[in-house]
Design a protein around this ligand. Sequence first.
Ligand code: GLU
Length: 485
Amino acid sequence: MTKVRVRFAPSPTGELHIGGARTALFNYLFARRNSGTFVLRIDDTDLERSKEEYTEKLMEALQWLGLEWDEGPFYQSNRLNEYISEVNRLVAEKKAYRCYCSVDELAAGRELARKENRAYLYPGTCRQHFPEEDDHRSKAGIKPAIRLLTPEDGETIVYDLIRGEVHFDNRGLDDFIILKSNGQPTYNFASVVDDLQLKISHVIRAEEHLSNTPRQVLCAMALGYQLPTYAHVPMILAPDRSKLSKRHGATSVEEFRNLGFLPEALINYMALLGWSPGAEDGVSELIGIEHMIELFSLARVGKTAAVYDTDKLTWMNGQYLREYDLDRLAEAARPFFIKHGFLRENPGEMELHFLKAVIAVVRERAKTLIELAEKSFYFYSDDFAYDQKALDKAFKNKGVAAILLDIAGLLKALNTFDQNVTETVFNEYCAKNNISPGKVIQPVRLAITGLGGGPGLFEIMELLGPARTIRRIQQAAASIRNTPQ
Ligand code: GLU
C-alpha cells in the first residue's frame, strides 16, 4: 500500500476561509486516520495577489485550529527551477511547445468566439513550427509561453473517491499554457509538479477544482508520473444556498476567532459540513478531534453541497464553552475581557483568579466569548443602568425599598459572606416576614446586576463580596425612594 501523503495548498491571497479550513481539516483527518503525512504548500505563484502577510495569517489560523502540518510550508515561489526544468523536459520530448501568439492575436480569437457564441479554445496555431522560426522570434526578443500538447479527441477520466469516474471530453480542452511568457508556471502545472514530486498520494480539495483536474491529469501523464487519487469535497453554501460570501457575515477563521468562537467548536462544526460520522450508537454531533480521527473516512463525505448554518455553529460553541477546561477558557476569554476594559493588558494573579471565578458562574449562559465578556459586566463595573422591563417588575412593588434596606442591614452584620450564609439570611428573612422569596430575590438581583435574570444570585453576591453588594442594594433603595411613584 502506498503511504498516505496529503497536502493543503492555500493561495495566500486572503484570510483562511471556512471552506479552505474545512479542506485543511479533511486532509488532516485523513492523514491522521491513515498514519500519513499532512503537508502544507503555499501556492504563491500569483505574484500580484499573493502576500506574505496572508501566508503568516493562514499558518496562524491553522495553528489556532490545531491543524498542525508535518511537512512544509513548501512555497511554490521557491520551486520555480523545478517547474522550468520540467517544462523544458516536456518541450524537449515534444509534449509541449512554445507559443508566440501575441496578446492581440489571442484576444481577437476570443472575441470571435464570443461573437459566435462558443467557448474559446486555443486553435493550436503554434503547434507546428520550425526551429528556425523559433530562433527568429526569440532573436527578436519575443518571449514565448509554453503550451501542453493535448489530445484532440477521446476523453480524460478523473477517478474521484467521492464522485466516482468523471469523464471529460478532450475536445473541450485546448493546448493550455503551462508556463506563462513571464516565466511563471500556471496553477495547473505547478500544482501537478508539486503533487508528484512531493509524492502526494491523495489530492483532497474543493469541488471547484474538479474542472481543473483533467488538465492536471494530462500534465501528470505527459510528465510520466503516477497520478494521485483525487477526492473533491462538496461546496459550502450560505443559508440561502448561494455562494458563501462576506455578505453572509463572518467567513474566515480569523473572523470567527474574533467573534469569540472556540477552535474545537469550529472544527467540530466544519467536520460536519459534508462529512457524517455514521449512525454508530453513541456518536453525537459533538465530536472531539480524536474521535473524528477514529471515525473519518472519505466514503462518508457526501457529494451534495453542505449548507452553512450560523445558529448551529453558535449553539455548538455554547456547548463547548460549558464543557471547556476552565483554565483554557479563561486564557481564550482574556482578550475579550481586556477589550471590554474589564482586565488590564497584564493582569495579576488575583485578577486572573477572579476572572476564572466569574467565567465559571457566567459560562452556562454564553454562547461566544464576546457574550461571556458582555454578560460579566456587573462583576467589573458599578456603572450600569437597570433593565427597564425588570425595573417595572421588581422595583415597583410596594415596600421594596424597605425590603432592600432590611437585606442590606442583615448582610452588613455578617462575618462570613459565602453563598450558603447569604441564602440562609434571605430564607429566614422571607419566612419571618411572610414574603415570597421572589419579592426579595428579584429586586436584589436587579440592584446588583441591573438585570432581571442570570446566574444564581448567591453565587454572584459571593463573588462581588459584601462591600459592593451592600452598596449596590443601598443605592437601589435610594433610587427607588427618590423616584416619584
Ligand atoms: N491554491 C489552490 C486553492 O487555494 C489549491 C488548489 C489545490 O488544492 O490544488 O484553491
